[in-house]
Structure formats: C-alpha cells, structure tokens
Design a protein around this ligand. Structure first.
Ligand SMILES: Nc1ncnc2c1ncn2[C@@H]1O[C@H](COP(=O)(O)OP(=O)(O)O)[C@@H](O)[C@H]1O
Ligand SMILES: [Mg+2]
Length: 350
C-alpha cells in the first residue's frame, strides 16, 4: 500500500478514530445528511455499541467506515483514521485491500454474503489467497482454524458443505470466521443477529465479545436493541437524525441517561418478563430533508425549553458522558422528568 505516514500521535491505543464525518444522499426532495458530523474513537479490544431508531444513520455510518456507501450517497467531509491513516485519502483499490484485511464487516443476513454454488471451504480459502501470498494448503489450514475460533463443530468436515447446508446461526459463525481470516483490527457488525432466534443471538454476541477480548479486536456493534448493548458493549453511542446525541459508558447510559431521546429509548424497550413495551415515544423521527433548525429532537421532547430552538453541541457533562442537549448542559445532567417522573429510566427496565 502506498500510504505509509507515521501514526497520528493523538491516537494512543486507539485503532480507529472518526472525526466530523459527513455522509449525504442527494434525493429528489433535497440532500439527506444521513451522517452529520459524527466523531468517536475505538480502542483495541473495545466493543462500541451504536443505537438509534431506524433511519438515524447507523448503517450509513457503518458503511462509510468501509468505503461502501451506496450510490448516489457520498462521504462529503471528515476523517476516518485507521491506525492514524486517513481512509478517505485511499484509492478504491487500497480500500478493497483495507476491507479484506484491516476492517471487516458482518451483515444482518449472512446467506447473502456467500455464493450459493461454492463450498464454504472454497470461499474461505479464496478470501485468504485473495489478500495474502500463501499456498492453498496454508489457506485451508487458516480457514479451518478460523472456524475453530467461532466454535464450529467438525470444521474440517464442514468446509465441504455449501451455504444452504448451514443453519442461520452457524452461517453467521462462518461469516464471522470469514471476517477474521486476515486478522483485521476492526470488526463492524450491523444488526448481526436480527435474523436469528434469541438463544442463537446470545451465543453469537458472546462470541463477538470473546473475540474482542481475546484477539484485541475493536468492535462496532450496530443495533436497535439496548439489551444487546447492555450485555456486551463497553461504551454506547446514541444516534438521532444523523447525529450522536449521547455517548457514554454502558453503565452510565442505563443508570442516568443524559439525553431525553435516550430516556425514551430506554422506556420503550420491551419488558424482559412480559415482552410489553413500557411506553412508546411520542412522535416520529424528523424528515431528513426538512430538519428542525434547532435541536432535532425538540419537537418530541418533554424537556424542551426556549434554548432548544438553537442547535445544541455535543457537550461533555461532569459525569464523563456527553450529550447534545441544552437542558443537560444547563443542569450538568438530565434533571427529573418534567412530568414528575425520574429522569433516570430505571422504572422497570431492569
Ligand atoms: N440509498 C439511499 N438513498 C437515499 N437515502 C438513503 C439511502 N440509504 C439511506 N438513506 C437515508 O439515510 C438515512 C439513514 O439511513 P440508514 O443509515 O439506513 O439508517 P439506520 O441504519 O439507522 O436505519 C435515512 O433517512 C434513510 O432514508
Ligand atoms: Mg440500518
């Protein structure tokens, strides 16, 4: 690869740093700022959750990191620093290599990531030899080893099977094995378990978490399921209408959410015992081509005050959390709910 700059000194222990990323889709009704000034850092061995409603920009953010934004969408500005090198300066050819070897992505529906006509073994081996000068024999050994990492029983035998001969959960394991073949530094998982039943979901998440710890892999887990975040993430970013509205450790987010949207998200998770939703959030997400001029959540927000007609920044609060909220900023935290309920969403969510 051509790019051989020294690592960015700002990045101690950080594998991936994203700064002021803007990704847009031009549409008939105007430009959709699907990712609008997003920044974050990811450490080796860390699992970062990204949560938010459908349409908040999670998938666009994930695909931006891999240079896979669907046309006519495009990254307009920002930096994506992988070990200090800005991926936005890379050629398409260099990005192809980054995707095969340094940042891997696993998708919601594993079956679509495999060719139905070839064995898993052939496809895994091919994924190694495409990027590395190793013999077929060595590539095969590496593929079998990767299947062992993801807990595949009888890996050498299963190498001879075609994709349709695997269950959804097992195929997702194969997908994860494929993503790990070339020892990437970052794994991006976009709703990786949505198509799987609950028991298998838990197994896959456990696997992802173990891989992060054992292999020092930085993981970005995109989900709309806060339970999933609670079980395996270290930190969480909450997205709303293209922006990060809160970022904090998982413990802080559950103990004292600092953005009113996060409160609503916590309150609207299905109750573990009954499956019933505790409370639906009023209103819907804004139209991305006609965003409110101030805080984007203001039209739905029970806490809204005069200041909220101006756009808020993502401010650091004393607690180590950050929140894009005038009310939290003024109080240093999100105060008790204006309707008299506690600001913490602990009421029954566990
Ligand atoms: N190919 C596209 N063309 C136009 N708009 C798009 C396209 N893909 C996504 N969007 C818009 O970008 C916004 C973010 O979408 P997405 O990243 O898929 O969010 P999420 O993954 O959080 O559901 C939405 O408003 C969506 O309608
Ligand atoms: Mg999505």
């Amino acid at each position: 690869m051509e790019v051989t700059e020294a690592p960015d000194p700002r990045l101690d222990g950080t594998v991936l740093a994203v700064r002021d990323l803007v990704t847009v889709y031009p549409t008939r009704l105007g430009v959709v700022p699907a990712v609008d000034g997003v920044g974050f850092e990811l450490g080796a061995g860390e699992v970062l959750g990204i949560v938010g409603d459908s349409g908040s920009g999670k998938t666009t953010l994930a695909r931006s990191l891999l240079g896979l934004v669907a046309a006519p969408g495009r990254i307009e500005s920002g930096e994506i620093l992988l070990h200090g090198r800005n991926l936005l300066d890379f050629t398409p050819e260099e990005m192809r290599r980054v995707r095969g070897t340094e940042i891997a992505m696993i998708f919601q529906n594993p079956i679509r990531s495999f060719h139905p006509g070839f064995t898993i073994g052939w496809q895994l081996t091919e994924a190694v030899t495409r990027h590395q000068r190793v013999s077929r024999r060595e590539a095969t050994d590496r593929a079998i080893e990767a299947l062992t990492w993801v807990g595949m029983p009888e890996p050498a035998v299963r190498m001879r099977d075609h994709p349709h001969q695997f269950s959804g959960g097992m195929l997702q394991r194969v997908m994860i094995a494929m993503s790990l073949l070339n020892e990437p530094a970052v794994l991006v998982a976009d709703e990786p378990t949505t198509a799987l039943d609950v028991t298998i979901q838990a197994q896959i998440l456990e696997l992802v978490q173990r891989l992060a710890v054992d292999r020092g892999l930085g993981v970005i887990l995109v989900t709309h399921n806060l339970g999933m975040v609670a079980s395996i993430c270290d930190r969480v970013m909450v997205m709303y209408a293209g922006q990060i509205v809160e970022e904090a450790s998982v413990d802080d987010v559950f103990a004292r959410p600092a953005h009113p949207y996060t409160v609503g998200l916590l309150d609207s998770q299905p109750d573990r015992a009954t499956g019933a939703r505790l409370a639906a959030m009023a209103g819907g997400s804004p139209t991305m081509t006609a965003l409110p001029p101030g805080c984007r959540f203001e039209p739905r927000c029970a806490y809204a005050e005069a200041a909220c007609s101006q756009p808020p920044d993502l401010w650091a609060l004393g607690s180590g959390q950050t929140a894009r909220c005038w009310v939290s900023k003024r109080h240093g935290e999100l105060p008790a709910h204006p309707d008299g309920e506690p600001g913490t969403a602990g009421s029954g969510t566990g």
